[in-house]
Structure formats: C-alpha cells, structure tokens
Design a protein. Sequence first.
Length: 363
Amino acid sequence: MRKTAYILLFWGIIEHTKERILKLLQQLQGSGESRVEIDVCYEAGPTGYMLHRWLLEAGLACTIVAPSLIPQRAGDRIKTDKRDALRLAQLFRAGELTGIYIPSPEEEALRDLVRAREDAKEDMNRHKQRMGKFLLRLQLFPPSKVKAWTFAHEEWLDTLRFESSCHRMVFQEYRESIRETAERLRRYEKEIELLSHTHVQAPLIEALQALRGVATLTATTLVSEMVSVTRFASAPSFMSYCGLVPSEHSSGVSRSQGKLTKAGNAHLRRVLIEAAHHYRHSPGVRRKLRERISGLPPEVQRMAFEAQNRLHRKYMTMLGKGKHKSKIVAAIARELAGFVWAIACVLEKKDDQNLVLDSSIGG
C-alpha cells in the first residue's frame, strides 16, 4: 500500500487585510492543472468573523476553531505563533478540532448590542463602587434606613459639601460618570426594546418572556447568545453550552460529581441564574406576566406554566433537604435552560410548518 506523505510548512505572518490574504491563498492554490483545493481554519479571537466571510466570498472552505477545545500536549511549555500554526494545521487535518457556530451579520449585530449594554452595566457598578469607597474614606454615611442609590440616597448626595477643592472635583466627576453611564444604559435599553419587536428573532424573544423571571432584556440576551436552537441536538447539550452541568471525575464503578463546569457561555449562564431566583415564589400568572403571554401560542403558555410548577416544587424540595441556596439556584437554572430550549424548538417547528404551507400555496 502506498503511503501519502504530508509536509507541514509555516508560511509566515501576513497583514490582516482582505487583499493580502486572498492574494496569498491564490498563490497557494496555483492555477491550471496544478491547482489544489485549500481548506482554512483559524482560532476564534478578537478579529471576529470577517476573515471567515472574506474566504466564503472567495469560494474557500473555512472553519473557525474553539480555542478552549484545542487539544494540548502535556508538558508543552513553549508557545509561539509558528508552533501554534503548525499544531493547528496538524490537528485540523486529523479531524481533531471542533468548529464553532458562525452567526449571520444580523445575529452578530444584535449580540454586540446586548453585550455593549452589559458592559455599560458593569461600568455603572464600578462607578458606584468608586463613589462608595470615596465617601467611606471621608467617613460620610447616608441617614439610617436610606438604601444606596435610591431617590433618597441621591437627595442626600445633593446635600454634601467639601472644604477641599480636590474632594469637590472628585465627587463631581464621580457623579457625572454615573449620570453619563445611566444615560448610556437608557439608550441601549431603548434600542433593545425596539429590536425585540422588529428583529427577525422577535417571535422567539416574545415567546421566551412567557417564562417567569424572563423579561425583554433577559429574553433578548438568551436569543442573541443562543442564536439558533438547531445548534443543540438536545436540552442537555444546551445546558452544557451554558456551563450549568456539574463537573465529573469518574473511574471504574466510582462516580464523583463536583461544581459547575462554567465552561460554556458566561452571558447565558448569568441571565439564567438571575431568572432562577424568581422560582422561589409560588406559581401564578400576575398582571405583568399576563401581558407578556397574551397572544402567544397555547403550547408555549402551557410549557411556561409547567416550568413554574416544576421549578418551584424543585426549589422547595431541595430547600427542605437543607441544600445551600446557591446550589438550588444552579439546579433551577439548569432546568430553566431546558425549558428555554424546548420553547425555542416549538417556535422553530412552527416556522418550518409555515414555510411548508407557504411553499404549497406558492406551488
């Protein structure tokens, strides 16, 4: 049997421009009878998906690889661009790499908007913490029973006076940064609210709001990060992607489970954990939830109410067994992810049925 020899060759470093990259690939492909087919792969990173789209336009196959799933050699302590490139090519040829899902430009734009709002929220928390530490250093405390950053707290801040001009400036700049960030948050949330009704994923955003603890911002975050439910073959695979499944170290007949893997999408995990806290309350469909479920498919409404009953019952059962609340919330968030996946599947199936119906009518 004749064996085929493969040669790994490091070409070099080139500029990240469309013209330079396509010119190099054309040189590597050759022309005429010597023309060869090229498959391209690269690690997901800060350059995003633009390179992938350039290559698709040129008719080249491209796979973006998940960095966290690239096999690592034990004891390998040397990392250079050349070694990484050669190793990537070797693993790609062997079929050992896992490609990631590539969102469309519209899906990516919605995700960028939601993540920008998250960044603004983190900025707001940092600004408030800095203001709090500044006042603590000066031993300035609000009146008793006044909660931080409420209307009463803001009125108390208006009464503060400082002898030092340096302190006055620091105080004013901190307050201004908080005000500016609050305005930025309002602009982001206004745009997200608008897109929740006009975006191509608007039906799914509205359907997920049937779940307790899932309003516009949470639903839009779930949809923008999940992108397409067809990526996940089952609910457990979606739970795993959210990093909400327990880690495991098993050998032989022994089986040991530990903390959450937290190996998936941190944005999904955060909003699911936040929503899970709402299931400590008794099931019920109150005014705001009634408004959100109005007009939704009956199957979605049924699944959402089933989620309330099941997750509340699970919460109270685990609480009665003396489980720590953080573990209870994590377990609730994991099952909530399953309901999110199921509702998305219902909407996906409905869209497919409508597509078949439209096609038959058109025929």
